[in-house]
Design a protein around this ligand. Structure first.
Ligand code: PLZ
Length: 450
C-alpha cells in the first residue's frame, strides 16, 4: 500500500528509543508550567513529557527523546501512530469536505463505516450503526437504544467495569476515585453485579455466571433490566479475562429474559486481541457492540452497532449529534479497516502476545510479586500482589512505569487497586522493540522488587 504524504518536510521518527535529557526534559518542564497555569487540574497526565511527533510505536517529545510506546494512547493508535495510509486518507478528506452534519446532509463515508462495522462485528444478522464521538457517548447511546427497544429502565454492569466520564457512565464505573468522587448526583437504575475474576474468585465460568445472574435476579429482577453492559476483557479494571463459559452464560440468560446484551469493546475491540472484536474469542454474539478508540487510527470516532430491530426502535431524530461520524474521522476509519484487511494486521496481535507473554512469564519466575500474567493478543497485563498476603501492591506499577519512562519506555498502569501494569502496544511494534522494552521492564523489577 503506498500513500504520498502531503508534507515530507517533517523530521523522520527513529525506530528505537533514545533518551537525550533527563525525563521530563527542559522543554517539557517549561510546557508543564504553562499547562498547569492554563489547563484544569482535573486533567492529569501519566507522564508529563510533551509529544511533538509520533510514528509506528515511537513517540518523540519536544526535547527529542524517543519513547517506545506500549500504551498507544490507551489502545487508540492500534495500527500505529501516523499510519501513512490513515494520514493520507484523512488529508484527502480534509481537502474534500470536513463537516456537513450527517443529520442535515449525509455523506458516503459515514455509510461506509456503518457497512464495515456491520460486516466485522460478530453475528450474521441485519445490523445498523449510529456513529458518535467518544467511547462514553457510545455507551450512553447503547443504553439509550436498549431502553427504547425494551421499554425498561434497568442497566446492569459488572464489578471492576469502566465505561466513561459522563454522568451516566460515571455511575456505571466501579471505581469512585478518581472517576466519580464528588461529581454526583448520578444517573439511577444502575445495578453492579459481581464479575468473573479467576485469580481472585477461583470460580469456574459457570459458577461465576450463576453468581452474577442470581445477584441480578435477587436485587433487580430480570424483567426490569433493559441491558447488561460488559467489557469482554475489562480494560481500566486491569485486563481481567473472565473464566471460560462465563460470558456465554450471561448472554444466554439475557436472551432468555429479553435483556439487551451489550459488549463494550471500546478498549478490547478493533484488532487489539487478534480478532476484530474480543467477543469472538468467547463465542459471544452481542446484540449491540460499542466501538471507539482504535477504530479511526487516533481520530475521534465511536459507534453503536447491532441488531437492526434494536437499532431501529429509536424514532427519527432521536439519535445523533453535531460531530458524530465526522467525515475526516470516517475516512480515517475506512483506512484503518483497509489496512487491517489488506495487510493481515489481525495476525500481528498474536505475534505480539508470542513475544510479551514468554518474557513476562520469565519475569514472573524471578519476581514473586507478579501474581498473574494474563490477556489476549496485544492486550496483556501483569497483576502485582504481595506474595505472602495476596494484598494488591498499589504503588508498584507506578514505580515500575516511572523507572521505564526514565529509560524511554512508556508503560501504562491499570486496575481497581492500581496494581496492574498493562501492555497495549500498537500492532506496528516490532519484535525487537518489544524485546527491548521487556529488558527495560526486567531491569525495573530487578531494581525495585523486594
Ligand atoms: N469503555 C471499556 O476503556 C475509555 C479512559 C481514559 P472515552 N478508557 C480509557 C481516561 O482516563 O479517561 C473507555 C473504555 C471502555 C468506555 C470508555 C470511554 O471512552 O472515549 O474515553 O469516552
Amino acid at each position: 500500500m503506498t500513500d504520498e504524504l502531503l508534507d515530507s518536510t517533517l523530521a523522520p521518527v527513529p525506530t528505537e528509543r533514545r533518551v537525550v535529557t533527563a525525563i521530563p526534559g527542559p522543554k517539557s518542564i517549561a510546557l508543564q508550567a504553562r499547562r498547569q497555569a492554563a489547563v484544569s487540574a482535573g486533567v492529569s497526565s501519566a507522564l508529563p513529557v510533551f509529544i511533538a511527533r509520533a510514528h509506528g510505536a515511537i513517540l518523540v517529545d519536544v526535547d527529542d527523546n524517543a519513547f517506545l510506546d506500549l500504551g498507544a494512547g490507551i489502545g487508540v493508535t492500534t495500527i500505529g501512530h501516523t499510519d501513512d495510509h490513515v494520514v493520507a486518507a484523512a488529508q484527502r478528506q480534509l481537502a474534500e469536505v470536513v463537516h456537513t452534519l450527517f443529520t442535515i446532509t449525509p455523506y458516503e463515508e459515514y455509510v461506509r463505516v456503518a457497512e464495515l462495522l456491520a460486516e466485522h462485528t460478530p453475528g450474521d444478522f441485519a445490523k445498523k450503526t449510529v456513529l458518535v464521538n467518544s467511547g462514553a457517548e457510545a455507551v450512553e447511546n447503547g443504553v439509550k437504544i436498549a431502553r427504547k427497544y425494551t421499554g425498561r429502565g434497568g442497566v446492569a454492569v459488572l464489578e471492576h467495569a469502566y465505561h466513561g466520564r459522563t454522568n451516566l457512565t460515571m455511575a456505571m464505573n466501579f471505581k469512585a476515585m478518581p472517576y466519580s468522587l464528588g461529581y454526583g448526583p448520578f444517573a439511577g437504575d444502575i445495578y453492579r453485579a459481581p464479575n468473573s475474576y479467576p485469580l481472585h474468585d477461583g470460580l469456574t465460568g459457570a459458577e461465576a455466571a450463576a453468581r452474577t445472574i442470581s445477584y441480578l435476579e435477587k436485587t433487580v429482577g430480570a424483567s426490569d433490566l433493559a441491558c447488561l453492559v460488559v467489557e469482554p476483557i475489562q480494560g481500566e479494571g486491569g485486563f481481567v479475562v473472565p473464566a471460560g463459559g462465563y460470558l456465554p452464560a450471561l448472554q444466554a440468560w439475557c436472551t432468555a429474559n429479553g435483556i439487551v446484551f451489550i459488549a463494550d469493546e471500546i478498549q478490547s475491540g478493533m484488532a487489539r486481541t487478534g480478532r476484530y472484536f474480543a467477543s469472538e474469542h468467547f463465542g459471544l454474539v452481542p446484540d449491540l457492540v460499542l466501538s471507539a478508540k482504535g477504530i479511526a487510527g487516533g481520530l475521534p470516532l465511536a459507534g453503536v452497532t447491532g441488531r437492526a430491530e434494536i437499532m431501529d426502535a429509536s424514532q427519527p431524530g432521536g439519535l445523533g449529534g453535531t460531530f458524530g461520524g465526522n467525515p475526516v474521522a470516517c475516512a480515517a476509519a475506512i483506512a484503518v479497516f483497509d489496512r487491517i484487511e489488506q495487510d493481515g494486521l489481525l495476525a500481528e496481535a498474536g505475534r505480539i502476545e508470542g513475544v510479551l507473554k514468554p518474557a513476562l512469564l520469565a519475569m514472573q519466575a524471578k519476581y514473586p510479586i507478579i501474581a498473574e500474567v494474563r490477556g489476549i493478543g496485544a492486550m496483556i497485563a501483569v497483576e502485582l500482589n504481595d506474595p505472602s498476603t495476596g494484598a494488591p501492591l498499589a504503588d508498584m506499577p507506578g514505580k515500575l512505569a516511572a523507572f521505564a519512562a526514565q529509560q524511554g519506555v512508556l508503560i501504562l498502569t491499570a486496575g481497581t487497586y492500581g496494581n496492574v501494569l498493562r501492555f497495549l502496544p500498537s500492532l506496528a511494534i516490532t519484535d525487537a522493540q518489544l524485546a527491548d522494552a521487556m529488558s527495560v521492564l526486567d531491569d525495573a523489577f530487578a531494581s525495585l522488587s523486594v
